[in-house]
Design a protein around this ligand. Structure first.
Ligand code: ADP
Length: 551
């Protein structure tokens, strides 16, 4: 028997309408793309009018429901307008990673069959490279800087908006219609497309707005430092508007300018990858008074080093919410918050809990499955016959997930056993433990596990231990081919500037206290910096190339 409640479609238009009606006096402060100074502020009521006009522009340009429309832009207010206008007319927003090489991006654009592309003027010259690869894809440029009032005649985007009318152009007839297309960042394989629906993004928005997840409130000023092309900026542009929080869009500001932005705009919550928080930390510490409004950071994409968690919590008084997720999960999967039962733990124990990837966000189910051939020190599953492994904090297996905001197949491909189980769970490709309280600890990506003498070595565990050394700023560990053992670990280390030189023997001795002998890297290579991917993660593929060149 069916119940008798309304069948109310869960669409992004509802989020936009709510922000306009209920929080119309709240709004967006945007930096110029490429400049850290806040340049343009407008209310959600004004934003709403412009999104309605933009929607009409898209319709006039011939964009129809289901068409993919790409963006090539930093975190600017125009990009935010596109985040709403494109899905609200039933089309599909496809944010492109501007840091990918032109040839790789061209492949993605071809696969997506984008009809139109909106380009941030700041990236005009970089875009030329892409244009050469993709041919004559229609493009509309906007100035990545200034306010609409300052727009010049050559600003195509502003001219189109000025000429458009504000009539209702929303056209979403089904909450299961696609609203966005994002490609994975390609850290350990080629990027794969994930096609979100209105329903999945709506539910993800509700989920992250829970108090124990991102928990945005009307009183917050939220700054997504995560690029808007990385996993839909972790859903922040939708969650902040639904909560009625103000938004600060940093344009192309560098992490070191975060303190300045916070001082100017009163940011209370900011989101970014660990590398951003590592780079922002010295400035935030030296300008502690100016950044006093910051109460919480949301960090994910890579493991947050415990030492950095401690520095933010203890020295800056900023709560760290460490989340794990994937583009495939819209992207939020788990988040590490302390439980009431943890109240009496020592500070050091509390940071250890926070450094885990945390418990599933309500709505997400997780399980551990056996990975054939996996024998990872220091523990191995005792019960190799069970499909689902125990939650004992020790048994290591593949993390599998399902939720209303998890992908069921990649864009334009049928589900394969490599990525999905027969009973419909996503195989994350992450190797993890889960403890009795439901906290996930990522051991490594399956592809990054180092296989030495038939046993597995966790690069993440070694990196975390190295980064806990006060003289180590950053570290990456990877396996290089070895005739005798198959693979052996090599550590690439960046030392803290102004600190005394570290000897490999010191690092080896430190690791030897925590890990079996065969885990200790054979070589330590000291470098000035670790190359990063387009979304700010350690670029293991590039590091490997450089290490092999040195061998
Ligand atoms: P890619 O897989 O190409 O990097 P994503 O940006 O979607 O694309 O990354 C998802 C992956 O990032 C996860 O599968 C996991 O390996 C890693 N990841 C995300 N958050 C964390 C975290 N908090 N700790 C460790 N790894 C993380």
């Amino acid at each position: 028997m069916h119940g008798s409640m309304m069948n109310y479609p869960l669409t992004l238009a509802r989020i936009l309408e709510h922000a306009h009606r209920i929080h119309g006096d709240k709004g967006v402060t945007a930096c110029s793309s490429g400049s850290p100074e806040p340049k343009h502020r407008y209310t959600y009521a004004e934003f709403y009018c412009r999104v309605r006009r933009l929607a009409n522009v898209l319709v006039q340009l011939g964009i129809r429901p289901g068409d993919r429309v790409a963006t090539y832009a930093a975190n600017t207010y125009q990009h935010l307008e596109l985040y709403y206008a494109i899905p609200c007319i039933g089309a599909v927003l496809h944010p492109l990673n501007v840091r990918l090489a032109a040839a790789q991006l061209a492949e993605i654009v071809r696969e997506a069959e984008d009809k139109l592309i909106f380009v941030d003027g700041r990236f005009a010259s970089r875009f030329e490279g892409l244009q050469k690869e993709i041919g004559c894809l229609p493009s509309i440029f906007f100035r990545g800087s200034g306010s609409p009032e300052q727009a010049s005649d050559s600003d195509e985007y502003e001219a189109l908006i000025a000429a458009a009318d504000e009539t209702d152009a929303w056209d979403i007839r089904d909450e299961n219609w696609a609203m966005g297309l994002c490609y994975t960042s390609g850290t350990s394989g080629e990027p794969r497309g994930v096609l979100y629906t209105h329903r999945s993004m709506f539910l993800h928005t509700m989920a992250v707005n829970q108090a124990d997840v991102f928990g945005f409130t009307e009183a917050d000023v939220v700054m997504p430092f995560v690029p808007m092309f990385h996993a839909m900026a972790w859903g922040v542009p939708y969650a902040a508007l639904f909560a009625g929080a103000d938004l600060v869009l940093p344009g192309g500001a560098k992490p070191a300018r975060i303190a300045h932005l916070i001082a100017e705009t009163g940011v209370t919550v900011a989101a970014g990858v660990p590398a951003v928080w590592g780079q922002a930390y010295p400035e935030l510490r030296s300008r502690a008074q100016d950044s006093a409004s910051l109460r919480q950071i949301i960090v994910g994409g890579e493991a947050m080093p415990p030492r950095l968690i401690e520095a933010y919590e203890q020295e800056l008084g900023v709560e760290v919410r460490h989340a794990w997720g994937m583009t495939e999960m819209s992207p939020t999967g788990t988040l590490s918050m302390l439980r009431r039962a943890h109240q009496n733990l020592s500070e050091a124990e509390k940071w250890k809990v926070k450094a885990m990837q945390g418990r599933p966000v309500p709505g997400v189910e997780i399980r551990l499955a056996e990975v054939t051939g996996l024998q990872t020190a220091p523990t191995v599953s005792a019960d190799s016959s069970s499909a689902e492994l125990p939650w004992d904090g020790e048994t290591i297996g593949e993390l599998q997930v399902r939720s209303p905001w998890t992908v069921s197949r990649y864009y334009k491909t049928e589900p394969t056993a490599e990525h999905f189980t027969a009973d419909g769970w996503l195989r994350t490709g992450d190797i993890a433990t889960i403890n009795a309280e439901g906290y996930v600890q990522i051991v490594d990506r399956a592809k990054a596990l180092i296989r030495s003498g038939g046993e597995s070595i966790s690069s993440v565990a070694l990196e975390t231990a190295l980064m806990a050394h006060p003289q180590v700023l950053n570290a990456a560990v990877l396996g290089v081919p070895d005739e005798k053992w198959g693979e052996r670990p090599v550590a690439v280390v960046v030392c803290e500037p102004d600190e005394a030189e570290i000897k490999p023997a010191q690092l080896k001795a430190r690791l030897a206290k925590q890990f079996p002998k065969f885990w200790i890297p054979d070589r330590f290579i000291f470098v000035d910096e670790i190359p990063q991917t387009g979304v700010g993660k350690s670029d293991k593929r590039e590091i490997r190339k450089r290490v092999l060149e040195l061998s």
